[in-house]
Design a protein around this ligand. Structure first.
Ligand code: GSH
Length: 202
């Protein structure tokens, strides 16, 4: 049996998507978590000097979305054919764009500037792109691609469950995405994981 080890900080961040995919798929892996204070000693051992890193029988794979895609393909969560896989990638990249475009908001220290950045992000990115996702979920029976949950749906869960800690009303106008998030959260394997997941600040 393939031995998986996921190396990441002891918080959710960019490592959580792979953890969620493993748990959703019911695939055993070693969840190697370390504290920030341990990172300087570990950095040089990671291929790009960054984490998450997935170790697969001793081989290292970097980049959170490459990891997510790899595990998902192996365990039936990446779409049923080439076209579905491309669509899964498209929706997952949409979530990745939210993360990349939202980052400067969190890094901004000035509250007024932060407010302006937030409202720009909402009107230019979040609202128009969420309309596309809402529409797709309505048309496609509650999941983004195909008939079953894929890693694009799990990426939505990873992102929105994280963001909603600070912004509880982020999905107030997105009923279909809210249903999807609840669907993932109520999966038995995910429920079991959430019950035992270490409590972390982020
Ligand atoms: N594009 C990479 C970004 C990875 C990344 O930024 N990792 C951060 C933690 S979230 C990291 O390793 N920071 C420590 C460092 O760069 O020294 C991915 O998606 O995995």
């Amino acid at each position: 049996m393939t031995q998986y080890k996921l190396h990441y900080f002891n918080f959710r961040g960019l490592g959580e998507l792979a953890r969620l995919i493993f748990h959703y798929a019911g695939v055993a892996f070693e969840d190697v978590r370390f504290e920030r204070s341990e990172w300087p000693q570990l950095k040089a051992s990671m291929p790009f000097g960054q984490v998450p890193v997935l170790e697969v029988d001793g081989q290292f794979l970097s980049q959170s979305y490459a990891i997510a895609r790899y595990i998902s393909r192996k365990h039936g969560l990446a779409g049923q054919d080439d076209w579905e896989q491309a669509q899964v990638d498209m929706y997952a990249d949409c979530i990745k764009d939210f993360m990349i475009n939202g980052r400067p908001i969190y890094e901004e220290q000035d509250p007024e500037k932060q407010k302006t950045l937030m409202s720009q992000f909402m009107s230019e990115k979040m609202i128009p792109h969420m309309a596309v996702l809402e529409n797709q979920l309505a048309k496609n029976g509650g999941v983004l691609v195909g008939k079953d949950v894929t890693w694009a749906d799990i990426a939505c869960y990873a992102f929105f469950s994280y963001v909603s800690v600070k912004h509880p009303d982020i999905l107030k106008d997105c009923p279909n995405m809210s249903v999807l998030i609840n669907k993932i959260a109520s999966n038995d394997n995910i429920k079991k994981y959430l019950e035992t997941r270490p409590t972390t600040e982020i």
